[in-house]
Write a protein that binds this ligand. Sequence first.
Ligand code: SF4
Length: 302
Amino acid sequence: MHDTIAQIQLLRRQKNAVILAHTYQAAEIQQIADFVGDSLALSLEASRVKDAELIVFCGVLFMAETAAILNPRRKVIMPDTAAGCPMADMISAEQLRHFKAEHPGAKVVCYVNSTAEVKAESDICCTSSNAVKVVSSLGTDQEIIFVPDQYLGKFIEKQTGQKMILWEGYCPVHEKLSADMTKEAKSRFPGVPLMVHPETRPEVQELADYILSTGQMIKLAKESKAQRFLVGTEMGIMHALQNAAPDKQFIHLNACLLCPDMKVNNLPKLLNALQNEETHIRVPQPIADKARLALQRMLDLS
Ligand code: SF4
């Protein structure tokens, strides 16, 4: 392991590479990354990379595609392109085109957990950090299609009071967390505040004290006076939380919250990607150009 890390450190310097990692990545990946963040922070960071030649993206495919779209002058590689996102694959560009045809005049807000082709068919993107802000920016009279996450969509509806036309996608990892599992964990830790991700089911969100993106969870962990938290999102966040607030205690809600795709990457694959640069993420230019508009409209609100 030490040898692998030493080789990664050497190659990243030789190749002038920057390593970006999502907060759901394994601890070993987060520890070696130059930057760890949620989807919004990673999108911003990827768009600002100027000095590095190479971006090594440790996350899932839609995130690396987003980095490639936002920074077309840099080469973006991934440790393993098999790291996909089942929620992103729940809607295709063709399905979205049909959906739009059924609702002419509606604007499409697209969660970044989507393919480049779906982003290219959308008016504006959002992340779980800025979804409420993005939808509010469109005005209350605007008919809105929201894809692909129905649970994030319902959360936004509740926050804004605005009804949207929701695609019935979901995150198969967060969807596994039931209200019963959540109640059981809460009963074991009475009085401990519970934070959950808006990709969880509405009945789980009802039981939470905070419904937050991973970036917002880390901010709360640092700033809150509470010393203990129950955490209802993918378990990779535990490393990021503990790192952000080492003196506090974080209790993971349930082991079902493990994303196999987020765990496809590991250090040997990261080393291999740096050595061979074979996993170059390329988004066809016409799609990238259209998707960039939707992403940039989101970033302009940040
Ligand atoms: S946690 Fe859910 S939304 Fe995130 S990559 Fe895994 S399947 Fe996709």
